[in-house]
Ligand binder design. Structure first.
Ligand code: G
Ligand code: G
Ligand code: MN
Length: 425
């Protein structure tokens, strides 16, 4: 529905522009964290509506300041004394970010309603280009200096999301609901959501998912490490009179069961930086040689122990193929690598490495090959664990074993050998 200018003027005069409130919750616990304030025209006939052009109409005709004032003032008054003193998020259009009067306006309406500014977040919708970033940056700085937080709205849909993120001092990202609504069905959306959550984490920003409509989305978001959310699953935008009832009602915590295994995701997907650091720690502390090779059998990562076993520095491996580096040993490894790429794991197989290549000693190696899959089940590489068992095999009188034969109880054997190895080193 479209509104006419005359109608807007009358609505403003007759006090018919009012805020609605949509809860923003902690996804894990379901507990209320605040409300987003959404403008509605309380139409004498149709009740609260938002004509598609209302905000633009107000902007085009110099009425956005008045509209915002009315909405902010009413929103502050309605929530100031609510139990738990909830925070508020209010929307500001990119157009408003041109007016140096904006911070003063926000300040005045908050002061008038005695609403503390540290309970206020300003959401800047970024579906339109911020023309003058220097000016917008100055206004943003001023808003922050007043104690408000700054949030980038509809993230991912704008013309230059990342540029805005770099230019303005944001505290929070809101993931656009178009990504959230398709994330349980489309791998691409899921990856985009995961990437935004990861970006938020690495930049130390709060991340809010918009437009959550079901339990499955909530669960997936929680697993990705997204902490906050809003949407019809929690509540539609409410009238001020409904807020106390909402606050008194029981919260809706996440239920971690709805996800089908095929769409399982890990929090690690959203946390590339943490994932890398954690992997490195696991690698460095492991009592066995560990590496990951991609589908082209190229070394992507490995630990020092593996490098030592191979007689080459860690850096000497990275980006090179197993075959290229160890042509003499490769024929022994190849069947297991090929099998892993087909999705089949091999645990605790014993392999002879002849005394050639960079290391001039013959060795007996116990090795495991584990296919590594992405969240869609596709094999993306192989995790290889290796243990030098030359000593154990000779010492234990087990030296007669043929090359490539499976150990009797490979897992126990492997672990026992690993434990001894730890004690000895
Ligand atoms: O609930 P909903 O249909 O109200 O919101 C539609 C769009 O209008 C959203 O993108 C929201 O950010 C925006 N919006 C709602 N209220 C306001 C407001 O007071 N000012 C501005 N600039 N945008 C608003
Ligand atoms: O763009 P912004 O996030 O400011 O606007 C919020 C808009 O999204 C409002 O129009 C609001 O009514 C709408 N909205 C809120 N929750 C949901 C939801 O779960 N599903 C859909 N389809 N829309 C939602
Ligand atoms: Mn918003």
């Amino acid at each position: 529905m479209l509104a006419q200018l005359g109608e807007l003027v009358r609505a403003l005069e007759n006090d018919q522009i009012a805020p609605c409130f949509q809860p923003i919750v902690s996804l894990r616990t379901g507990q209320l964290r605040g409300f987003e304030v959404l403008t509605r025209w309380v139409h004498p006939e149709f009740g609260p509506i938002l004509p598609d052009n209302l905000i633009a109409l107000a902007e085009d005709n110099g009425l956005i300041g008045e509209l915002t004032n009315q909405v902010f003032r009413k929103a502050f008054q309605a929530t100031r004394m609510l139990p738990g003193r909830p925070k508020l998020s209010v929307n500001v259009s990119p157009r408003q970010m041109r007016y140096t009067s904006l911070p003063g306006q926000i300040w005045n309406s908050a002061e008038e309603a005695e609403f503390p500014l540290d309970r206020l977040t300003i959401e800047i919708t970024e579906s339109a280009l911020l023309e003058n970033l220097t000016q917008a940056g100055r206004i943003a700085r001023e808003i922050k200096d007043m104690g408000c937080r700054l949030s980038i709205d509809d993230f991912g849909t704008g013309y230059s999301s990342l540029r805005h993120l770099q230019a303005l001092p944001f505290d929070q990202i809101k993931i656009d609901r178009s990504f959230v609504s398709s994330m349980t069905k489309r791998r691409e959306s899921r990856k985009i959501v995961a990437a935004i959550v990861g970006l938020g984490h690495s930049l130390d920003l709060a991340v809010v998912a918009e437009g959550i409509e079901d339990e499955e989305q909530t669960e997936m978001l929680v697993k990705m490490g997204c902490e906050l959310g809003q949407g019809f699953y929690y509540s539609k935008p409410m009238h001020a009179s409904e807020l106390e009832g909402y606050i008194a009602a029981k919260p809706r915590p996440v239920v971690m069961t709805a996800l089908a295994p095929s769409s399982a995701v890990s929090i690690l997907e959203a946390l590339p930086a943490q994932r890398m650091a954690q992997m490195q720690a696991i690698y460095d502390g492991a009592p066995v040689g560990l590496c990951f090779v991609d589908r082209g059998m190229r070394y992507v990562s490995l630990n020092q122990r593996m490098a030592n076993m191979n007689g080459l520095p860690v850096e000497g491996h990275l980006g090179r193929t197993v075959k290229e580096l160890f042509p003499e040993w490769f024929t022994q490894y190849e069947p297991y690598l090929a099998r892993a790429l087909e999705g089949e794991a091999t645990v605790g197989v014993e392999i002879d490495e002849p005394a050639t290549g960079p290391r001039q000693v013959e060795k007996k190696i116990a090795a495991s090959y584990q296919p590594v899959r992405d969240e869609a089940g596709e094999v993306i590489g192989i995790s290889i664990a290796m243990l030098d068992v030359t000593e154990h095999v000779h010492g234990g009188g087990d030296a007669g074993k043929k090359r490539g034969t499976k150990l009797k109880s490979p897992k126990t054997w492997f672990l026992k050998a690993a434990a001894t190895d730890v004690l000895m080193n």
